[in-house]
Design a protein around this ligand. Structure first.
Ligand SMILES: NC(=O)c1ccc[n+]([C@@H]2O[C@H](COP(=O)([O-])OP(=O)(O)OC[C@H]3O[C@@H](n4cnc5c(N)ncnc54)[C@H](OP(=O)(O)O)[C@@H]3O)[C@@H](O)[C@H]2O)c1
Length: 293
């Protein structure tokens, strides 16, 4: 049987790297993986993980999701001339008070997370439609389902990805192409190292009002403890990707922790949004530990 051809974006580290390694190591050699990354000088980490094995199931290609030429060049290098499973995973974070974010930085986040995802899909969509089947998986975030303070632009980008994917899914159903979002909470990756973050004491924060700075400090502490206590490993996320990839009728949304986060549910049970805003505010900013779920 022909191998399933998989292309994954953002494989220099984290979720993309782990997924590439897992699929390329499949004992039945079910997959041919094109692990892409924007900077090939970072490929050693992936090569270290596969230890010279899987030469027939893994290729590494350069692809910057913000650069259409680079996407098309990668597409042209696919030997099989088709992609069965496209994984749009590349993404970057941005954290800090909104008033200090420059247009350039905000554009970069939207360029990678939103337009990068969309233009990657655009490049492979006509062939998938012509094939009459395919899978598109996107690494989503609970930050694309509910708002988080000091993450306005990141959440905006991930909310927008939800809208783009849901819209596409309605259409692509008619082409036997399944779109799935893998909704991740905190995951132990390089994400926190790679994200663009305003540090307390940075000169960029000197004109920010004291109340915002004090809330930002609380948010950073909250974020640190969430990542320390509740972050999943990439292996947990990869299992969910595999569920979606192997399912004959995949869901549109998968939650990596197995259930819809309680605070996200509040948005459905109380659609005016006020319960969510109060609950999230208490969750992050309350000094009373008892109130934290
Ligand atoms: N970790 C979490 O807590 C978490 C939670 C929810 C959702 N997510 C999502 O998970 C996805 C993967 O993140 P991760 O946690 O694995 O973090 P990561 O280790 O920082 O990986 C992000 C990957 O995206 C790549 N990337 C960034 N800009 C790119 C571009 N222009 N073109 C191609 N690749 C680019 C990075 O490449 P470079 O090495 O070149 O920067 C890196 O390979 C992201 O979409 C993120 O939003 C993560």
């Amino acid at each position: 049987m022909d191998k399933k051809v998989v292309l994954i974006t953002g494989c220099s580290s984290g979720i993309g790297l782990s997924l590439a390694v897992r699929l390329a190591s499949d004992p039945k050699k079910t997959y041919k993986v094109y692990a892409t990354m924007r900077n090939l000088t970072k490929k050693e980490r992936l090569l270290d993980c596969i230890k010279g094995l899987h030469q027939d199931t893994l290729d590494i290609l350069q692809m910057d999701v913000t650069d259409r030429t680079s996407i098309l060049n990668a597409r042209d290098k696919i030997v099989e001339k088709r992609v069965d499973i496209l994984v749009c995973n590349a993404g970057v974070g941005l954290m800090g008070p909104l008033e200090v974010q420059s247009m350039d930085v905000m554009r970069q986040i939207l360029d990678v997370n939103l337009l990068g995802t969309i233009q990657t899909i655009q490049a492979f969509l006509p062939d998938m439609k012509a094939q009459g089947e395919g899978r598109i998986l996107v690494t989503g975030s609970t930050g694309g389902l509910h708002g988080l303070p000091f993450n306005e632009v990141y959440c905006a980008s991930k909310f927008a990805v939800e809208g783009a994917c849901e819209s596409l899914a309605v259409l692509l159903k008619h082409f036997n192409i399944h779109v799935s979002l893998i909704e991740c909470g905190p995951v132990n990756t390089d994400f926190l190292i790679n994200l663009q973050k305003a540090e307390l004491g940075d000169t960029s924060l000197q004109n920010v009002d004291p109340q915002t700075l004090s809330l930002y400090e609380k948010f950073l502490q909250h974020c640190g403890s969430v990542f320390q206590n509740a972050a999943q490993d990439t292996e947990d996320i990869v299992k969910v990707f595999l569920d979606a990839i192997q399912s004959p009728s995949p869901a549109f949304r998968y939650f990596t922790s197995g259930f819809v986060p309680p605070l996200t549910e509040l948005k459905l049970t109380h659609p005016d949004g006020l319960q969510y805003i109060s609950a999230m505010s208490d969750h992050i900013f309350s000094d009373n530990e008892q109130q934290r779920p």
